[in-house]
Design a protein around this ligand. Structure first.
Ligand code: ATP
Ligand code: MG
Length: 619
């Protein structure tokens, strides 16, 4: 381990960064052990390797002593050569042991990272949409990464390091006492000085490292947002490039200053510790040399002592902050557990399904009330720092909403902005569950179906079309990975987009750009319709974009819709008159209440909300 004097590698742990130390909750340790359990064989092997490595640490100095006292003193060349060969063999063995140790610990550590990461992703996927609207995704991702790695470190580096260093210090000190107790006493008396220096210097290093992490995360987050197509456009349109560059320079400057401070503090620590170790060595030479000169000790013993003391202070430095490392690792685990403990709002506990796709289903909302979940659960999970500031309390969005979608018909849902139209779509796709009342397909509560069955039966085109930064082909395949070329073309044709795609130089292989920025608004919408057509769900929820399209686009979208909605049960949050007029039924929503229902003419005649929406300019 400690090859050349002090094992400076151990110093790495001094600068380790992480959350501030605090006590872990009871039970955390037991839960951590559950993650380590599958690797107990490997962990046992790791401990054995560490113990074997520690034996090698004291073996070399003792062999040096024997060379001098047994070989050289008796002028026995054969013994000298034999012992020197043995020392070389021990060195090779030490190298192999440390290699094996690293490999075992890496295998365990990486496997645990893998386990935690995959479990986290699975879990986060099941969180509600609200979760994603409430957290700063970049911050969450980077924090989870830091925490997962920190947690892994607890099980391998920190634990293995702790064990290795304790064993090394104990065996080196014990051996020194056996060789010469007066010199050993001096070495032990110097230990507190090392502890003190390490403590003070490490505190400074840690705070700098933490600040550096923060600044780097800021830099990355800013760059990602500004370099997205939409962000870059905003910078240009508002002529803010100079300000943006200036802000970036300020961040970068802070990163530069912190980098320099970090090197200065690290170097100071290194120089101080090296100096202290040199002084300790000099002390050993002084006291031990005097003993040898006075005939109270042999020269071989002095050589062994000098070699031993060189192997003492590295492990000591490694132990200086071990309690903080252990604590931080525990906290990392706790924070990962906190995320794993977040309760997914939509439980997949139903058994029924699939929903027969050939027959258009009946959909009913029965006294449905709903409020979006609050951000409190994020706070409870210690995710405050990634929580976006905003409303805490949930106010009701829907209040006892009841209506029905007749099989195979198109129902238009109209109402002022913020009335709760999109929310109704979310409930139908079971992105959320109602607080009271029920949403039913074919008279069966959505919660009684398997979640997969509901998601398969309900297709949604959301208000803001999302496309992956990939080719048109890949975006279409997302709905049905096994779709053949002919299927893709049929879908594009239904969406009135085939001609357009054929006209592109790269056709289906055209990349649509970040969020589909390279397409026009109408083209984006029609591509989303083609994607829905491929999925071919029995129920369609169409959240019409509020943006008004020109006449041609409008006509194309309407034709696409007619084609795609045929033979399905559809709910359309309609903003366009043309859509509303062609619907079979109209439901009018205001402030989370259904205020009117009926056909276009009948509703107009009532001269209520529908009439005023319809007659308002641009309505
Ligand atoms: N994820 C969310 N978390 C908390 N509140 C939300 C969330 N989404 C919507 N709301 C709130 O719920 C209410 C209803 O929103 P919804 O999106 O359903 O309205 P809408 O009728 O679709 O409006 P628009 O016509 O503008 O699309 C609004 O007051 C909105 O602020
Ligand atoms: Mg909406």
């Amino acid at each position: 381990m400690a090859e050349n004097g002090i094992g400076w590698a151990a110093l790495g742990s001094l600068a380790g960064n992480g959350p501030a130390a605090r006590g872990p909750a009871p039970g955390t340790l037991r839960r951590i052990l559950r993650y380590a359990h599958p690797y107990r064989g490997g962990l046992l092997a790791l401990c054995l390797l560490v113990l074997a490595g520690s034996a090698a640490i004291v073996a070399t100095p003792l062999l040096l002593q024997a060379i001098v006292e047994v070989g050289i003193a008796r002028r026995d060349t054969d013994t000298v050569v034999l012992l020197a060969g043995l020392a070389a063999a021990v060195a090779v063995g030490e190298g192999l042991l440390s290699y094996a140790q690293r490999m075992v610990s890496a295998r365990i550590g990486e496997s645990i990272i893998y386990d935690l990461r995959t479990e986290l992703v699975r879990h986060i996927q099941r969180m509600s949409l609200t979760f994603f609207t409430q957290v700063h995704t970049g911050a969450l991702v980077s924090r989870l990464n830091t925490d997962v790695i920190g947690a892994q470190r607890a099980l391998t580096s920190t634990l293995a390091g702790l064990l290795a260093n304790v064993v090394a210090v104990v065996s080196v000190v014990a051996t020194m006492f056996v060789v010469s107790w007066p010199v050993a006493v001096i070495a032990v008396l110097l230990l507190p000085a090392f502890f003190l220096i390490g403590r003070v210097a490490a505190r400074g290093l840690r705070s700098v490292a933490r600040a550096q992490m923060g600044v780097n995360a800021d830099l990355a987050a800013t760059a990602v947002e500004r370099f997205s197509a939409a962000g870059a456009m905003l910078v240009m349109l508002y002529g803010r490039d100079d300000d943006e560059a200036g802000a970036f320079a300020r961040h970068a400057g802070r990163a530069r200053d912190l980098g320099i401070v970090s090197v200065r503090r690290g170097q100071l620590l290194m120089v101080t510790l090296t100096g202290a170790a040199a002084i300790a060595t000099a002390a050993v030479y002084g006291v031990g040399g005097a003993l040898v000169a006075g005939g109270a000790m042999q020269l071989g013993a002095l050589i062994a002592l000098v070699a031993l003391i060189g192997r003492l202070y590295g492990p000591v430095a490694g132990l200086v902050n071990v309690h903080v490392d252990v604590m931080n690792a525990m906290v990392s685990f706790e924070r990962v557990f906190a995320v794993l403990d977040l309760k997914p709002p939509v439980l997949d506990s139903g058994r029924r399904g699939p929903i027969e796709p050939a027959v258009p289903p009946r959909v009913s909302f029965d006294q449905v009330s709903f409020a979006y979940p609050t951000t409190d659960q994020l706070t409870a999970a210690g995710l405050d720092e990634v929580r976006l500031p905003g409303r805490r309390g949930g106010t009701g969005v829907l209040h006892g909403v009841s209506f029905e979608l007749r099989p195979g018909t198109v129902t238009a849902l109209v109402g002022p902005s913020g009335a709760g139209k999109t929310t109704i779509g979310h409930l139908l796709a079971r992105l959320y569950d109602p607080d009271s009342g029920a949403v039913r397909i074919n008279d069966v509560d959505l919660r009684e179906y398997r979640l997969g069955a509901v998601r398969e039966a309900v297709g949604v085109v959301s208000q803001e079309t999302f496309l992956f930064h990939d080719t048109i082909r890949a975006n279409l395949h997302y709905a049905r990975p096994d779709a053949a070329e002919a299927d893709l073309e049929r879908a594009l044709e239904a969406a009135q987009l085939l001609e357009f795609v054929r006209g592109l130089p790269l056709g289906l292989d055209t990349v649509v750009g970040d969020r589909g920025q390279r397409l026009s608004g109408g083209e984006r919408q029609r591509l989303a319709l083609a994607r829905l057509f491929l999925k071919s769900p029995a129920i369609v929820v169409l959240d019409e974009a509020t943006a008004h399209l020109d006449g041609v686009s409008e006509r194309l979208v309407q034709e696409a819709l007619r084609e795609i909605l045929r033979g399905r049960t559809a709910l359309v949050m309609a903003h366009r008159l043309s859509t509303i007029r062609s619907a079979d039924a109209i439901v009018v929503l205001a402030d989370g209440l259904i205020v009117e229902e009926g056909g276009h003419e009948a509703l107009l005649a009532r001269q209520g909300l529908y009439a005023s929406l319809y007659l308002s300019p641009g309505g």
